[in-house]
Write a protein that binds this ligand. Structure first.
Ligand SMILES: Cc1cc2nc3c(=O)[nH]c(=O)nc-3n(C[C@H](O)[C@H](O)[C@H](O)COP(=O)(O)OP(=O)(O)OC[C@H]3O[C@@H](n4cnc5c(N)ncnc54)[C@H](O)[C@@H]3O)c2cc1C
Length: 443
């Protein structure tokens, strides 16, 4: 029997399920293997407007809306009291909606999977065995003989393309020894869902990021509960007890920005721990395989780009490679050239997110804000100052929401303004996120 499937996707999270759905829409036959080992609580609950575009394309926005919270923007509250409120623009920017959603992840992932199945993809609950490709097969990595034999739908035939969408497990990269560049931070994140915890949102659904005395935290409003996470240096975490529960509770109780908000809190889930979340693989494809989502790279979560990057990587593969149909799968050189384009785009996304996120970590965003306040007080009657401020703020909102993240103009404007136009306020270092145990708390 001939294999019914051209593509086998390993990992059915947002990247894998999105790709399976998009391939099904193209009439390309895909089978997804997922180990179904996802915990009941998952990070990745705050989405960007760019994700809504993809939901619409998959025809699932109304179904997402039913279990999610409308997200109008994000606030950054600094330990000094500075508060930066970013709201997605009043009017939709072109096709981009002016809102996003906060989603409970298991429901969201299940919906993506269900949609892919509705469109014709096949899901199999299984952890597949992988091995280096047989010489002469044109494959760098392949399903092992036991897996091929165990899945009757494959009919003993190897699919033309394998996709690694196993998330941070980076399964293919590990089998193949593909290296990666890691981020410089040594952080750990603890998170759980709470009831009776104030979100401090300026508008319902606004996500609140707080810059703590040590590290930072997120508060994401979900239906009937608040997702609260803290991200601190691993050595700082050790000073807050031994278990994840002790550490999360102790950090909340000792941080002024969280203590009062969480005074009457009741934790309604277990506490999850995440480490190691900044990485870009040295390569994202090879003969017979390609990576999507976190399996290729993952970005620091402060601005919530993860799910967008995961789903957009599937979208890029669809647009740049599979738009011409299944025929491309029989032209390995052509397919490799197309994959190169996809990963050029993705690398640029990763670098652009890293650049803008760094402004929040190293304090430049807050010193820019404080400088802007001073400028407004001093030159309140000078029209050019307020035009500049409005324009800059629009560009920054565009960058943090995913609409202008890669815009060279916005990147240069932000750099120029923060390098040359901030006076009379404490230097950025004093607003920076503090990580180390011994580091004194700045301003
Ligand atoms: C602390 C933290 C906070 C975050 N907050 C946000 C946020 O607010 N917003 C946001 O958008 N993103 C956030 N993210 C990032 C987001 O969670 C990820 O980017 C996203 O889940 C990546 O999707 P994915 O499909 O690539 O991988 P995953 O979601 O990890 O899915 C991988 C899938 O593969 C399966 N799998 C793994 N190995 C195998 C195997 N061998 N065989 C079969 N199946 C396998 C897994 O069970 C899983 O279903 C955050 C990340 C961290 C660490």
């Amino acid at each position: 029997m001939k294999s019914q499937f051209d593509v086998a996707i390993v990992g059915g999270g947002p990247a894998g399920s999105t790709l399976a759905a998009l391939l099904a829409l193209r009439g390309i036959r895909a089978i997804v293997f997922d180990d179904d080992k996802r915990p009941s609580l998952l990070v990745g609950e705050s989405l960007l407007p760019t994700v809504v575009m993809l939901m619409r394309r998959l025809g699932i926005e109304d179904r997402v809306k039913a279990f999610s919270v409308h997200k109008p923007g994000v606030a950054f509250i600094h330990r000094t009291g500075s508060r930066l409120d970013f709201f997605f623009p009043e009017k939709a920017l072109g096709k981009l909606p002016n809102y996003a959603y906060n989603v409970p992840r298991p429901e969201y992932d299940n919906l993506l999977r269900d949609r892919a199945i509705e469109l014709g993809a096949v899901f199999v609950k299984r952890r597949v065995g992988l091995e280096s490709g047989t010489p002469g097969s044109g494959r760098e990595i392949q399903l092992d003989a036991e897996t091929l034999a165990a899945i009757p739908e494959l009919g003993g035939h190897h699919p033309k393309l394998l996709v690694d969408s196993t998330g941070r497990a980076r399964t293919f990269a590990k089998v193949l020894g593909v290296g990666a560049t890691r981020g410089k931070r040594n952080d750990v994140a603890y998170f759980a869902h709470f009831e009776n915890f104030e979100s401090d949102s300026a508008r319902d659904g606004q996500v609140v990021i707080s810059l703590l005395r040590k590290g930072w935290s997120w508060r994401i409003p979900l239906q009937g509960r608040l997702s609260v996470g803290v991200v601190v240096d691993k050595d700082v975490a050790k000073t807050h007890g031994t278990t994840p529960e002790e550490r999360l509770e102790s950090i909340i109780s000792s941080e002024p920005l969280l203590k009062d908000a969480g005074e009457s809190r009741r934790r309604v889930t277990e506490v999850m721990t995440y480490t190691n979340y900044q990485l870009i693989s040295d390569r994202g494809h090879g003969p017979g395989w390609v990576a999507a989502g976190d399996a290729f790279g993952f970005v620091d979560p402060m601005l919530s780009p993860g799910l967008f990057m995961a789903m957009h990587s599937a979208d890029l593969l669809d647009q740049f490679v599979f738009a011409e149909g299944a025929a491309v799968l029989d032209q390995p050189k052509r397919m490799a050239r197309r994959f190169d384009r996809v990963f050029d785009e993705l690398r640029d996304w990763h670098q652009s997110w890293a650049k803008i996120i760094e402004y929040f970590y190293d304090g430049r965003m807050y010193s820019l804000y404080e400088g802007g306040q001073k400028l407004r007080e001093t030159y309140s009657k000078v029209a050019i100052a307020s035009v500049w401020e409005r324009h800059l703020s629009k560009q920054i909102t565009g960058m943090v929401s995913g609409a202008r993240t890669r815009s060279r103009y916005a990147q240069k404007l932000l750099k120029f303004t923060s390098d040359h136009m901030v006076w009379g306020v404490a230097p950025p270092e004093e607003y920076a996120i503090l990580t180390g145990v011994d580091e004194p708390v700045g301003v």
